[in-house]
Design a protein. Structure first.
Length: 316
């Protein structure tokens, strides 16, 4: 509850509380982002390093960047809190958990534990230091959860000024993981809403349609250059395009033939969904989707970006 209120705290105007938003923030942020990062790190360390802080070995660029990020968050968050920008400060703390999950995924410890255990140990060491820093940063917002997390770490809070700088010692024994943020089921929320005697508002229905930041980032939108285009015979709507991404060429089938001539698109930089499951349209395989917007008069306009943007650049 404290997290939801803090994450939605308005600095200069009123706001509303919705049970559906409370559920969404608990499940999609506290459980799926912060809780997931904590659980996967602790579980991996207990499984492969006897529950002890692994030794940090040689640092690669990705490791150095993550350590720098850990050290930079306390200063940024404190500046926001000191200016009473509580909502922005809370979101910034959660960004460290997002960075931690991304670092974990990009480092692939499930592979390095077999091929390069020293590298795996370095990854897990840095993940644990990020969690140690998260425990301190979240203390003002999640005091009881932070206490439980420090208990899992078998450590005590440090001064804020030392957060991101003081790390757990190598070989330090940590406790086994526990679920700090259990997900809240729909029945629990419906019970609370029913106490109001009426549905909350139409806004609640909209809240159910919202997705988390990590769900959005699961869709890889990338810039691609159209290198060829042609209309598909026996189809009024479909056009076959070859686009160039950072990892090679793709064939994309788009329903834009009624709105564009093929020669108008060649050489243009467009935005494509790069991780869409391939599909067959009129016997042709489509390996992505080109983004377009519908104009008021019913036409389609392909999203085009400046030619100075490199192929394969992530849109986010």
């Amino acid at each position: 509850m404290r997290y939801t209120l803090a994450a939605n705290l308005p600095e200069n105007k009123d706001t509303d509380f919705y049970w559906k938003e409370f559920q969404l923030r608990n499940n999609s942020e506290l459980a799926d982002i912060l809780g997931n990062f904590i659980n996967r790190t602790f579980t991996f360390i207990h499984k492969h390093f006897d529950g002890k802080v692994p030794t940090k070995g040689k640092l690669d660029k990705i490791d150095e960047e993550m350590i720098k990020e850990i050290g930079g968050y306390p200063g940024r968050v404190s500046k926001l809190f000191e200016r009473y920008r509580i909502k922005d400060g809370v979101n910034e703390i959660m960004n460290l958990a997002r960075d931690g999950n991304k670092y974990f995924n990009d480092s692939e410890p499930w592979l390095t534990v077999k091929s390069n255990k020293e590298k795996c140990a370095t990854t897990l060491n840095i993940c644990l230091q990020a969690i140690y820093t998260l425990a301190e940063l979240f203390y003002p917002v999640l005091p009881f959860s932070a206490e439980r997390l420090f208990g899992m770490l078998k450590s005590k809070p440090v001064k804020w000024s030392e957060s991101g700088k003081t790390f757990l010692a190598e070989g330090h024994l940590i406790n086994k993981p526990e679920i700090i943020f259990p997900k809240i089921e729909d029945e629990v929320i419906e019970e609370q809403i029913s106490k109001l005697g009426k549905p909350e508002t139409e806004s609640d229905k909209k809240m159910e349609e919202l997705i988390s930041y990590d769900q959005f980032m699961g869709t890889k939108l990338k810039v691609a250059e159209v290198i060829s285009a042609e209309k598909i015979e026996k189809s009024k709507k479909l056009m076959k395009l070859k686009v160039q991404l950072d990892d090679g060429e793709r064939q994309v089938i788009a329903g834009i033939a009624e709105h564009y001539n093929p020669e108008d698109l060649v050489g243009k930089k467009v935005v494509v969904v790069a991780n869409l499951q391939p599909a067959k349209l009129m016997g042709e395989e489509s390996q992505g989707m080109i983004l377009a917007v519908e104009k008021e008069q019913g036409g389609l306009q392909v999203l085009v970006v400046d030619n100075s943007v490199k192929n394969g650049t992530r849109v986010k």
